[in-house]
Ligand binder design. Structure first.
Ligand code: F6R
Length: 243
């Protein structure tokens, strides 16, 4: 695992975008991106979007797979991850919407929808570079503490801490869904390269546990210590508890 400590949150986004852009150029037009929602990767996406707008990067033939989706939000809900990915990733990066996929949080048959999602990732040839944030409790995707290290896409109950952290996106905390579909830790580990970004003091405990703690289901992100090409890019505040 490579750890890069940046002087500011702004530099985190810039360096992470450069790394992702390098993979896109190396792999070529049909690159497969793994994309996260949440605040952490927004600056990364803005830098990638700037490169696309400047004509330095062309993602029009790329595919993208989101990490997760809430269960039960009505289609078109502004905080569904389908809407968030459309707003923050598909449109600014000029991806082809037909090649951007998320797990179906409204599927009648959840296990079948999860199996379909795994099959779609495999059919695309697997993820070339997976972009990740990390929860304050060490989750990646919505693999909350206790998640199996080899898990695949499935339904999960959101931890109360995660629901509280994500309440900022909803009118009231009760509106945050209780369940989600998420790629598993095994799914994430199958990506050929992983770039995790974190900024701010609220992530310092999680980053210390992910990078230097024991590899344990109690801190799902710690499984990345076993990934051959994982880069963790953080600002000084998020790095504050590293030894
Ligand atoms: C989002 C996701 C989550 C977030 C994490 C951090 O698709 O899978 O793991 O990356 O909850 O969220 P932010 O970046 O909002 O602090």
């Amino acid at each position: 695992m490579e750890v890069v400590i940046c002087p500011s949150a702004a530099v985190v986004g810039e360096l992470a975008a450069a790394k992702v852009a390098r993979v896109c150029r190396d792999v070529g037009p049909s690159v497969v991106l793994g994309v996260a929602t949440g605040s952490s990767p927004l600056s990364l996406y803005e830098h990638l979007a700037a490169a696309v707008a400047a004509g330095d990067l062309d993602l029009s033939a790329a595919s993208a797979f989101a990490l997760d989706e809430y269960v039960g939000l009505p289609p078109g809900h502004p905080e569904s991850y389908a809407s968030v990915i459309a707003r923050t990733v598909t449109e600014p990066l000029r991806l082809d919407p037909s090649r951007v996929r998320l797990p179906d949080g409204n599927a009648a048959d959840v296990p079948a929808a999860c199996a379909d999602y795994e099959r779609a990732i495999a059919a695309a040839g697997g993820v070339d570079v997976q972009i990740l944030g990390v929860g304050a409790n060490g989750h990646i995707g919505f693999n909350e503490p206790g998640s199996s290290l080899s898990s695949r896409t499935r339904i999960k109950t959101l931890a109360e801490r995660t629901r509280a952290d994500n309440a900022r996106f909803f009118d009231s905390p009760e509106q945050v869904p209780t369940h989600c579909l998420t790629q598993g830790l095994g799914t994430i580990m199958a990506a050929r390269e992983v770039v995790l970004v974190a900024q701010g003091a609220s992530k310092a405990d999680a980053i210390a546990a992910v990078v230097e703690g024991p590899v344990t289901a109690s801190c799902p992100g710690s499984v990345l210590q076993f990934h051959e090409k994982a880069t963790v890019i953080v600002d000084e505040q998020a790095a504050a508890k590293l030894r």
